[in-house]
Design a protein around this ligand. Structure first.
Ligand code: COA
Ligand code: AMP
Length: 629
């Protein structure tokens, strides 16, 4: 089958195309209705009934895969390795589902999961899905405030957490963060279930907190609860342009069909093969390709609690690939930049037998040609850049290796995946010709697996994604298609930045910086960073009469952002400036600031209020060494 044939089939006969893909799954009730359009909602497989955890686990046991390894836990930070067969994982999930059920969790209830990269995080997600409930996993690196915001929005019946996480060789106590979050949150869950880790057990609050291991002792396994295809499976919060994160809602049916298809079409995976997404369950990559995708496809998935470097060295990725005979590795470009920095000639790679590894996939941020070239040259494997978002849940553009491996072009995420129709639009929504940069938009309907709405805020879904270009989903990314239909993603067109593959909102950081008593006005922009892709930098205008040194202010602001968002924001630099460059209508010229710092060519807009402010700010940046050569 050629890519072209498959792609055309998805465009021209989407109902038949997706009905065929849906038939590959063991639904309790096969869908008769494939695509149903309800206002601005596109519902996939609306009359289908299924259970996602059943498809990911029990189904494989029934098919005779019970003894196959489903999940490998490899944790260099705790020197632990553990494997779960499909039978064992099914049993563990059913039992923990029983624990949740005994705590009152039923179909449709929300459960917030705030956990490090341990098997219990995967077990908790699947147990929630087994009950037809809705999980919302919060990345373990988020601080109490961020967790509280998510708890208030998702209003969970239960929060599941662990006593601590481990960052290289530093223990991060999770429980105090959860306690603080619950002090900040208005919504209070009925109970918290805590997995006690030996590295640092937590204090439990009688009546509210329960020890996971103790609850298991009296638990009875719970059965899979059938749900409608359109019932939500999970909510995953992601950064938008405002301080309030958006709760992306994923359905059950479309998600299962899309991920199952993607494992074969994009990643070329077959049941029994080993897949490794070196991400975190707190991100969409972790949801789709540590947990659901590989398990729906009957593969073996790896849960890695470590870093690409320092745990213990820059050979860690190659070691894991060799040890478990990984067929496809998926990681963020920043991880490979970190490996290259520590081991520029990839000497450590030569210690490992990588003959089982067929392809390396990258996503989460732009794959710069230098990192692409280095990885291809040293691994000798095809490196596939693919572009997607929390919202879409799976790749929009990729080199579809399972259909046909197309010639790669450095800097391009290759071609639209069957089901996605990509267009480059100008600000008026007019389609642009090849090689012209504009807004990347996706023609509606989106294929199965993409967001169905924003939790508690359907209007934000419509206004944030569907209003800008009628008939299209606005991705928020800019880029162009070349004459062969290859997509080049150049970066966000909004105030979202990408730090070490983590999506963050500069708007949210601005709200935090502006809350400091010395700050009259501020802006935060993402500047190019050789390791992490981008790093946030704050520009601050002091209130009249305030006396504080730049160093002192920076220390306080860094602390404030760490406290409110978490260390992962990597907010480390703040500059005091005499004025912020603005348009006459008062809009801060953020893009211009970024272009000056990154050494890009720029045009001073005619709408600028005071051109002299640019020279002043450039001088401040030069003093701090922020202007790229
Ligand atoms: N819990 C608590 N803290 C965390 C955390 C977690 N789960 N994850 C990160 N942090 C902290 C780190 O300890 C660090 O704190 P520090 O500033 O006090 O040192 C801070 O957040 C920044 O972390 P990180 O961005 O991971 O930087 P790093 O310097 O520790 O590591 C890389 C650099 C490149 C190795 C790392 O960023 C990496 O592996 N990136 C890949 C990201 C990824 O897989 N993204 C998923 C998208 S596919
Ligand atoms: P997230 O929702 O956290 O997965 O972040 C999605 C954003 O990351 C996208 O909107 C892009 O800005 C960026 N991104 C993801 N993958 C790629 C890629 N392959 N190339 C360029 N940017 C990417």
């Amino acid at each position: 089958m050629s890519y072209h044939t498959e792609y055309q089939a998805a465009c021209q006969q989407p109902q038949q195309f997706w009905a065929d893909k849906a038939n590959r799954l063991a639904w309790y009730q096969q869908p008769g209705q494939i695509l149903h359009i309800k206002g601005e909602q596109y519902q996939w497989f609306a009359d289908g009934v299924l259970n996602t955890a059943y498809l990911a686990l029990d189904y494989h046991v029934e098919q005779g895969r019970g003894e196959q390894i489903a999940l490998i836990y490899d944790s260099p930070v705790t020197q632990t390795k553990q494997q779960f067969t499909y039978q064992q994982l099914t049993d563990e999930v059913a039992l923990f589902a029983g624990v949740l059920k005994a705590q009152g969790v039923a179909k449709g209830d929300r459960v917030v999961i705030y956990m490090p990269m341990i098997p219990q995080a995967v077990i908790a997600m699947l147990a929630v899905a087994r009950l037809g409930a809705v999980h919302s996993v919060v990345f373990g690196g988020f601080a109490a405030h961020e967790l509280a915001v998510r708890i208030d929005d998702a209003s969970p019946k239960v929060v599941v957490s662990a006593s601590c996480g481990i960052e290289v060789n530093r223990i991060i106590a999770y429980k105090p963060l959860l306690d603080n979050a619950l002090k900040l949150a208005e919504h209070q869950p009925d109970s918290c279930i805590i997995w006690q880790r030996p590295q640092q057990p937590a204090q439990l609050q009688a009546g509210r907190d329960f020890d996971w291991q103790h609850l298991l002792q009296s638990a009875a396994p719970a059965a899979c609860v059938p749900v409608k295809s359109t019932d939500p499976l999970y909510i995953l919060y992601t950064s938008g342009t405002t301080g309030k994160p958006k709760g992306v809602v994923r359905d059950n049916g479309g998600h299962a069909v899309a991920l199952h298809y993607s494992m074969q079409a994009i990643y070329g995976m077959a049941p029994g093969e080993v897949f490794w997404a070196a991400s975190d369950v707190g991100w969409v990559v972790g949801h789709s390709y540590i947990v659901y995708g590989p398990l729906l496809a009957g593969c073996t998935s790896i849960l890695y609690e470590g870093k690409p470097v320092f745990t213990p060295d820059a050979g860690a990725f190659w070691r894991v690939c060799a040890e478990y005979k990984v067929k496809a590795l998926f990681a963020a470009p920043t991880a490979f930049r970190a490996i290259r920095k520590e081991d520029p000639d990839a000497k450590l790679l030569k210690n490992y037998d990588l003959s089982a590894l067929e392809r390396i996939y990258m996503a989460g941020e732009r794959l710069d040609p230098a990192t692409y070239d280095w990885t291809v040259a040293h691994s000798g494997k095809p490196v596939i850049d693919h572009w997607w978002q929390t919202e879409t849940g799976w790749a929009i553009c990729a080199n579809p290796a399972g259909i046909e491996l197309l010639p790669a072009k450095a800097g391009s995420a290759t071609v639209p995946v069957p089901g996605f129709q990509v267009a480059i639009l100008d600000h008026n929504g007019q389609q642009l010709p090849a090689n012209q940069q504009g807004n990347i938009a996706l023609k509606l309907p989106l294929p199965p697996g993409c967001l169905t709405t924003i939790w508690q805020n359907p209007e934000r879904f419509v206004s944030g994604y569907l209003r800008q270009f009628p008939g299209y989903y606005a991705s928020g990314d800019g880029g162009y298609l070349d004459e062969n239909g290859y997509l080049y993603v150049m970066g966000r067109t909004d105030d979202v930045i990408n730090v070490a593959g983590h999506r963050l909102s500069t708007g949210e950081m601005e709200e935090i910086v502006a809350s400091h008593p010395a700050v009259a006005e501020c802006c935060v922009i993402g500047l190019a960073d050789p390791l992490k892709g981008q790093q946030p930098v704050g520009f601050v205008l002091l209130k009249n009469g305030v006396s504080i040194t730049e160093q002192q202010l920076q220390t306080e602001l860094v602390q404030l952002v760490r406290q409110q968002i978490g260390a992962l924001a990597c907010f480390k630099q703040a500059l005091i400036v005499p004025r912020l460059p603005k348009t006459r209508s008062g809009k801060i010229l953020r893009k211009l600031l970024r272009q000056i710092a990154d050494g890009e060519e720029y045009v001073i807009p005619s709408t600028i209020d005071d051109p002299a402010s640019l020279a002043e700010i450039a001088e401040c940046m030069t003093k701090r060494g922020l202007i790229a050569e």
